[in-house]
Write a protein that binds this ligand. Structure first.
Ligand code: F0G
Length: 353
């Protein structure tokens, strides 16, 4: 049986004899070699870390399993978070699995349909707030302090603890760290967690190098790039529509210590990468996830030579999370046919020529 994050990386996590070993099979996600973009850009080696293969379809499960285990260990009977969608889906699933009450706040009108469906299906209390993600996070921080209920956003250090396991897996799979890690940045918890993981594994000599951390925000939601909060963040990549990241300073530290950079990509660049990933690589990530690949393509067109480098792009969540956008962006024709073999031959015969 596949081991979950807590048992697989027990020795690197803050696990005590009182920590419940929750396991929904999270982590151990595929690291898949690129078939097309690697050649197209002339990269040494390019891999995609498919975090959409986690139980709820995003990387959040790695951190959630740890945060919920620690919440239960500490006596909490309820968890709460604000979310652009994936954190709420993950919290709701682990809350259901552990039989604890889950409250999620989501910004109105800005959450992809699949994520909303998940939170409801897992039976969470879903609160839609007339405001942004940043404002919702402020509210849950306040509420959790007053009501001693566990906050499971990435401001909870246990979340980042669990999420660093993805960096461990990459090193375990490749035999060393890659030269570059490309990753989307929203609230900036994940880039922080990956960096912590790479540093920790390097310290115990599991790797000989540490990667440059290459974070990418969406152009209309790029506070770290412009150096100030964005009050009304805008991007098609709703998961990273965040104007004031909680882990801002940690992300800057990861960038600077690793010799990396944090840049931005336009919605157009995100959508191009999104389509290229699914059509040329068979990897259906959500738009926010495609920001990592859009960032790589942009750096390459800015003249950076990746020919001697091993690169990993993190595909943070599944494309199924946002079915509306997938249909909107899908300009392939739909063939409507009667139940008739001749009609089928006429319609499709020419495609195979
Ligand atoms: N990719 C996806 C698919 C996400 O859902 C998120 C964040 C990110 C990237 C960015 O990660 O915030 O650690 O920098 N989603 C959060 C949520 C904010 O509420 O689900 P980050």
């Amino acid at each position: 049986m596949r081991q979950g994050v807590l048992s697989r990386y027990k020795q690197f996590l803050d696990i005590t004899s009182n920590t419940p070993m929750i396991d929904m099979g999270e982590g151990s996600t595929p690291l898949v070699r690129s078939k097309f973009i690697e050649r197209q850009l002339g990269c040494g080696e390019l891999y995609f870390k498919l975090e959409g293969c986690n139980p709820t379809g995003s990387f959040k499960d790695r951190g959630m399993v740890m945060a919920v285990a620690k919440a239960i260990e500490g006596g909490s009977r309820a968890i709460i978070c604000a979310s652009t969608g994936n954190t709420s889906a993950s919290a709701a699933a682990y809350g259901a699995y552990c039989g604890i009450k889950t409250i999620v706040l989501v910004p109105s009108g800005n959450v992809a349909k699949g994520k909303m469906a998940q939170a409801l299906a897992y039976g969470a209390e879903v609160v839609v707030v007339e405001g942004t993600f940043d404002q919702s996070l402020e509210m849950v921080r306040n509420f959790s302090e007053r009501n001693s209920i566990a906050l499971v956003n990435s401001v909870n250090p246990h979340r980042l603890e669990g999420q660093k396991s993805a960096a461990f897996e990459i090193v375990d799979d490749l035999g060393d760290a890659p030269e570059y890690l490309f990753i989307p940045v929203g609230n900036a918890g994940n880039i922080t967690a990956y960096w912590n993981g790479f540093v920790q594994y390097h310290e115990v000599e599991k790797s000989t190098i540490k990667p440059r951390m290459m974070g990418f925000q969406a152009e209309g939601a790029a506070p770290i790039v412009i150096g100030e909060p964005v009050l009304e963040p805008k991007t098609i990549a709703s998961a990273i529509r965040i104007g004031n990241p909680a882990s801002w300073q940690h992300a800057i530290k990861a960038r600077d210590e690793s010799g990396g950079s944090i840049g931005s990509v336009s919605d157009k660049e995100i959508l191009e990468a999104y389509k290229m990933l699914s059509r040329r690589e068979g990897v259906f990530g959500e738009p926010a996830s495609a920001a990592s690949v859009a960032g790589l393509i942009k750096m390459h067109s800015n003249g950076i030579d990746f020919s001697d480098s091993r690169i990993v792009c993190v595909i943070t969540g599944s494309g199924l999370k946002d079915p509306d956008l997938a249909s909107e962006q899908n300009d392939m024709p739909l063939h409507q046919l009667p139940l008739d073999m001749d009609a089928m031959n006429r319609a499709l015969g020419s495609i195979l020529e």
